[in-house]
Design a protein around this ligand. Structure first.
Ligand code: NAP
Length: 339
């Protein structure tokens, strides 16, 4: 049966900037008539949207415009098309998120590879920018070698759960994770193959890390910054490497210098390498990630770890939830039925 024509599109705009933690009042839901398609355009019905910690930084001055369409990684299905490059029915990835439907050109959308046995949402989690961040952090920045011991912070989140599973397959030695609740700690050690994990609320990170990795660590994948970075520097063996991926502990207070790390100069004393990276500068690593991971996804050795919130009306809550740890694995919003 032909699908009814799309008459209206729902979207979310940023309407004010937060001072500290954001709230739902910083956003507004708007409804607009469905946009007309020009020659070369396609209309995409959005199925899954990613909500990510970096979006908190976009809410500050210099980031997203107020009262305007927002962006974010999105998967959808082409429902109307005026370009042969994006045929009706194609499943695509694009960045025009925070709306139920998006008009895209072929330059703005990528048709997803057909990967039987791999769930669609994996293109936002382990096979998307999240998994790629973990892959790049471990293989290109930290250059993890088999047998090396590793600490991952925000380990029960999207990047963290991908990194733990990838590191195990890459032959890491002891894998230690930190997370924000006892349930997450149990998830890491009980389901994701971490050797040890701790709740960072239970005591100083440096002390808990020393107890979990008494012989020290070779590699740290930092998603948090602050006291986690300080604790990792203190646990590092000589010639250790720190791949700095994110600093989620700081995003609500960007203008305040963090109190930690106080031991940064130990980077010199221990001959450490601390290197930050942006995944968007390593998109050429995607084929490597696919070659490595897709067989493990098909065999079930890796299961995408995701929290899927259903309903476009919950997209703001899902985003606010990521910032306070409501997710285990990658936080994804499902807008409509997946194929
Ligand atoms: P995520 O880990 O799925 O979600 C963020 C997690 O951070 C929450 O689940 C929460 O878990 C934890 N958290 C929040 N406040 C915290 C605090 N004060 N101290 C410690 N943990 C806190 O998000 P993600 O998308 O996978 O991203 C993880 C990190 O990587 C973020 O810093 C992000 O900005 C960064 N990132 C960087 C790149 C890049 O290109 N460099 C790309 C992707 C992501 P708990 O319950 O454990 O607190």
């Amino acid at each position: 049966m032909p699908r009814p024509a799309v008459q209206t599109v729902r979207a979310v705009h940023l309407v004010s900037r937060p001072d500290g933690p954001p709230t739902a009042d910083n956003f507004a839901f708007v409804e607009e008539p469905a946009p007309a398609l020009n020659e070369g355009d396609a209309l995409v019905e959005n199925i899954y949207q990613s909500v990510d910690p970096y979006m908190r930084e976009e809410m500050d001055e210099g980031g997203w415009e107020l009262n305007a369409p927002l962006e974010g990684r999105t998967l959808g299905r082409v429902v109307k098309s005026r370009t042969p490059a994006l045929p009706v029915g194609a499943l695509v990835h694009h960045r025009k998120a925070w709306r139920t439907h998006s008009v895209v050109t072929p330059a703005e959308a990528t048709v997803l590879p057909d990967l039987p046995g791999v769930p669609l949402s994996a293109h936002l989690s382990v096979l998307g920018g999240t998994g790629l961040s973990a892959w790049v952090g471990l293989t290109r920045i930290a250059r993890l070698k088999p047998g090396e011991d590793l600490f991952i912070s925000a380990a029960a989140g999207g990047v963290g759960t991908a990194a733990g599973q990838l590191a195990r397959l890459l032959g890491a030695g002891r894998i230690v994770g930190s997370a924000g609740s006892a349930a997450k700690v149990e998830h890491l050690t009980g389901h994701l193959g971490f050797d040890a994990a701790f709740d960072y609320h239970d005591g100083p990170v440096a002390e808990q890390l020393r107890a979990a990795a008494p012989d020290g660590i070779d590699v740290y994948l930092d998603n948090v910054g602050g006291d986690h970075l300080e604790g990792a520097i203190s646990a590092m063996r000589d010639h250790g490497r720190i791949a700095w991926c994110g600093a989620v502990a700081q995003y609500n207070n960007r203008l305040q210098p963090p109190a930690a790390p106080r031991n940064l100069y130990d980077v010199v004393g221990k001959s450490l390498r601390l290197e930050g990276f942006l995944v968007r500068k390593h998109l050429d690593a995607k084929p490597e990630l696919y070659d490595f991971l897709v067989p493990h996804l098909r065999s079930g050795a890796v299961v995408p770890d995701e929290t899927v919130v259903r309903g476009f009306e919950h997209v703001v809550d899902a985003f606010l939830g990521v910032l306070r740890g409501a997710n285990t694995g990658k936080m994804i919003v499902q807008l409509t039925d997946a194929p």
